[in-house]
Ligand binder design. Structure first.
Ligand code: NZQ
Ligand code: ZN
Length: 389
């Protein structure tokens, strides 16, 4: 294994009833005023809002609401949240939602305690956070990003046409409450695309060096099998507690830094998807589903040993009678078949891309990562986009 330092500052409370049991005492150390941040109407429809408001009222908290955090949260929304947090002198932020709410809250927590321009100093380029952001706690309502246990926040700067994420350990939530029953009401399409996001996070880490025998790769194979198995069960029965709890925890495990230990990580597909998302506002998991098989056909040859291991260990494909190349390709096609099976899109058209979309501009705006088995060029990214179209 490569050298590493590991820490995860988020304390997780997982399981049915955890919000009722722990929220009140978790907020106790933070003073009176709570900035309650959430997205659209989902928490009002499924009862989570009422449950949380009752707990906050009993705890005597002053609640200031910050609703309307959109999917693919924008820098403008972050700044509006930070301004409100300052005005009301919020002592803690409580975010209820999925990746978009959690990411937006992390950026608000920074901006509320920083006089400079957080985009310039922390998103445009990596910065050093030498101050304490406003404390943040989260209640997770959908599985996918794993944002609850890292410092990552992916923000869209509409003016600059850049969607980008940074992971600052200081932005890790102080606590994360994860009740799998809260995810029962997630629309089927979102459950599936979120689950594909989990799978993508694992694959983006798995398909990168070093490839010597290491614990991370073994954990990742088990996680990928678990996501595939449990997603199939959850599609059949969305209220299967075991399946939903496994998906929820797999989502955290994929992004709580554990599997990345000692790995270079790829994440080129995420770079491409983020820029597509910036131009089209497409769903994150759906964008990844379109890109992954095509990207992997491009890099398969360069990482054939690992792709053939993926074929046997994750998809149970027999190596008998196959060359390494054939086995590697069979692994990629098994992934493409799975994407079809679970009903995710396979073309950019399905995400709203049209003949008028400037794919070259999107390709040129993608960051090129160092960890891929085959380093991309902007020309090859454009080729991938065209093949996906
Ligand atoms: O807004 P509401 O009404 O709450 O509805 C949301 C939203 O429409 C709905 N939803 C969430 N929980 C629900 C529910 N509906 C019914 N019942 C529930 N219990 O789901 C929709 C999507 O929510 P969103 O938070 O946007 O989805 P997701 O969790 O996939 O987050 C996507 C964002 O996270 C970023 C993505 O780029 C994207 O901006 N990512 C963040 C990462 C991180 N911080 O580590 C890593 C990821 O790779 C990703 O890039
Ligand atoms: Zn993702």
């Amino acid at each position: 294994m490569n050298n590493f330092i590991f820490e995860n500052a988020t304390k997780v409370y997982f399981g049915k009833g955890c919000v009722k049991e722990y929220l009140s005492c978790l907020l106790e150390p933070y003073g009176d005023t709570v900035l309650l941040a959430y997205g659209g109407e989902s928490i009002k429809k499924n009862g989570v809002y009422d449950e949380v408001m009752a707990i906050l009222a009993r705890a005597g908290k002053t609640v200031v609401e910050f609703p309307g955090i959109m999917s693919n949260p924008t820098y403008k929304k972050v700044m509006a949240g930070a301004q409100l947090a300052r005005e009301v002198q919020a002592k803690v932020i409580l975010g209820i939602g999925g990746g978009s709410v959690m990411d937006c809250c992390k950026a608000i927590a920074l901006a509320a305690r920083y006089d400079g321009d957080i985009w310039n100093d922390f998103w445009e380029r990596p910065g050093v956070i030498d101050f304490e952001p406003l404390p943040l706690g989260v209640i997770v309502t959908t599985a996918g990003t794993g944002s609850e246990c890292n410092g990552g926040a992916v923000i869209t700067n509409e003016d600059k046409k850049i969607k980008t994420g940074r992971d600052y350990p200081k932005c890790n939530p102080k606590f994360a409450l994860m009740d799998p029953t809260y995810t029962y009401s997630v629309p089927q399409k979102q459950m599936i695309s979120g689950s594909f996001d989990i799978l993508s996070h694992i694959m983006e880490t798995y398909f990168s060096g070093p490839d010597e025998d290491n614990v991370s790769d073994d954990i990742m194979e088990a996680l990928m099998r678990s996501v595939i198995r449990n997603l199939r069960i959850a599609i059949g029965n969305p209220q299967d507690y075991t399946a939903r709890s496994n998906l929820m925890w797999a989502s955290t495990m994929a992004e709580n830094r554990i599997i990345k230990l000692g790995k270079k990580c790829d994440f080129e597909c995420h770079q491409m998807e983020h820029q597509l998302g910036d131009y089209t506002d497409c769903n994150h998991g759906c964008g990844l589903a379109v890109l992954h098989p095509v990207y992997y056909r491009h890099i398969c040859e360069a990482g054939k040993e690992k792709f053939s291991r993926f074929a046997t260990e994750v998809w149970g494909i027999s190596p008998e009678g196959k060359t390494t190349e054939e086995l590697a390709r069979a692994g990629v096609e098994a992934l493409a078949d799975f994407i079809k099976e679970i009903g995710l899109p396979a073309t950019l058209r399905e995400l709203g891309v049209t003949e008028e979309t400037d794919l070259k501009a999107i390709a040129d705006s993608c960051a090129i990562v160092p960890g891929s088995y085959k380093k991309m060029t902007h020309e090859e990214i454009l080729e991938i986009f065209k093949e996906c179209f």
